[in-house]
Ligand binder design. Structure first.
Ligand SMILES: C[S@@+](CC[C@H](N)C(=O)[O-])C[C@H]1O[C@@H](n2cnc3c(N)ncnc32)[C@H](O)[C@@H]1O
Length: 243
C-alpha cells in the first residue's frame, strides 16, 4: 500500500471537491438514510460505521435518528470539519479503509462511490475484507456505487461547471478500466489541476470481489429510493451485503 500522495488523498482533501459536489447534500443523504434504515429494519441500538464519511452528512443524520455512529475518512480536513458535530455517540476518525479497522459494528455504510480508487484490485478486495472483519455476526454492509454501465454510455467528454464563482473545466475519459475526470480551475491567477479516477466496477466484478471477501449480496438497488437495479437506466448500483 502506497503512503505517497495519490489523487484521492489530494482531491478529496481540498475545498474544491466540496464546492464541485455541493449538490450532493444533506437532503440527499437524509432521504437515502431514511429509506435504507427502514428497509434494513435496523434497531436503534445498532452501531454503524460510515466508511469514507467525508464531512459526515450520512453519519450526522443517522446519529440524529438515534444510532451510535463512527465516521471514518482518509481526509483530515473533512474529519476536522465533521468533528464539530461529534458527541458521546457520534465519533469521527481519520482512517485509511485499506487498513484493518479496530472496531466491531452492526452495520457498515460506504456511501456515494467511496470505493474503487485503487489501481490494484487486491486493495479493493482488502477494503471489503476489512468490512467483513469488523461486522458483528448478523451485521450488514451497504455499498453505494455508480452504475458504471450507464455512466460510460452517457459520458460527457467536456463540461464547464460554475459553482461559488469557480469555473471547473472538466474532461472525462475511460482509460484502462477507470472512469477519469480531469478537473482544471483557476483561482487567484493560479492554475490548478485535479483528477478523479474511479474503477469501472460492474455487478459482475462486484460478485467476484464480494466472494473474495466472504460477503453475500442479499439485495441490489438502483437509486436512493431503493428501486430495483436496472443496468440501462439506474443511476446507482447499491449492494446490501451480509457475512
Ligand atoms: C466521493 S467522497 C464521498 C464522501 C461521503 N461518503 C459523502 O457521501 O459525502 C469519497 C470519500 O472517500 C474518502 N477516501 C478516499 N480514499 C480513502 C481511503 N483510502 N480510506 C478512507 N477514505 C478514503 C475521501 O476522502 C472522500 O471523503
Amino acid at each position: 500500500m502506497e503512503n505517497t500522495k495519490t489523487w484521492f488523498s489530494e482531491w478529496f482533501n481540498t475545498r474544491y471537491y466540496h464546492i464541485l459536489y455541493k449538490n450532493r447534500n444533506n437532503d440527499e443523504a437524509k432521504v437515502f438514510m431514511q429509506n435504507l434504515v427502514s428497509f434494513l429494519k435496523l434497531p436503534k441500538d445498532n452501531s454503524i460505521l460510515d466508511l469514507a464519511c467525508g464531512k459526515g452528512r450520512h453519519s450526522i443524520f443517522l446519529n440524529t435518528l438515534g444510532y451510535p455512529v463512527i465516521g471514518a475518512d482518509l481526509s483530515k480536513n473533512s474529519i476536522d470539519y465533521a468533528n464539530q458535530f461529534a458527541n458521546s455517540t457520534l465519533k469521527f476518525i481519520v482512517q485509511d479503509m485499506r487498513k484493518p479497522f479496530a472496531i466491531k459494528v452492526d452495520a457498515v455504510f460506504n456511501m456515494f462511490t467511496s470505493f474503487g480508487y485503487f489501481d490494484d484490485d487486491n486493495d479493493d478486495i482488502k477494503v471489503l475484507q476489512n468490512i467483513e472483519a469488523c461486522l458483528n455476526k448478523n451485521g450488514v454492509a451497504v455499498l453505494d456505487y455508480m452504475n458504471v454501465n450507464k455512466v460510460i454510455k452517457n459520458l460527457v467528454n467536456t463540461e464547464v461547471i460554475t459553482r461559488d464563482e469557480i469555473e471547473f473545466r472538466i474532461k472525462r475519459h475511460v482509460t484502462d478500466g477507470f472512469i477519469t475526470k480531469e478537473i482544471d480551475l483557476t483561482e487567484n491567477n493560479e492554475e490548478l489541476h485535479f483528477q478523479e479516477r474511479v474503477k469501472a466496477i460492474d455487478l459482475e466484478k462486484f460478485r467476484h470481489y464480494t466472494k473474495q471477501a466472504n460477503l453475500k449480496i442479499k439485495h441490489i438497488f438502483g437509486d436512493y429510493h431503493l428501486s430495483d437495479f436496472d443496468i440501462e437506466n439506474s443511476d446507482r448500483l447499491i449492494l446490501i451485503l451480509t457475512k
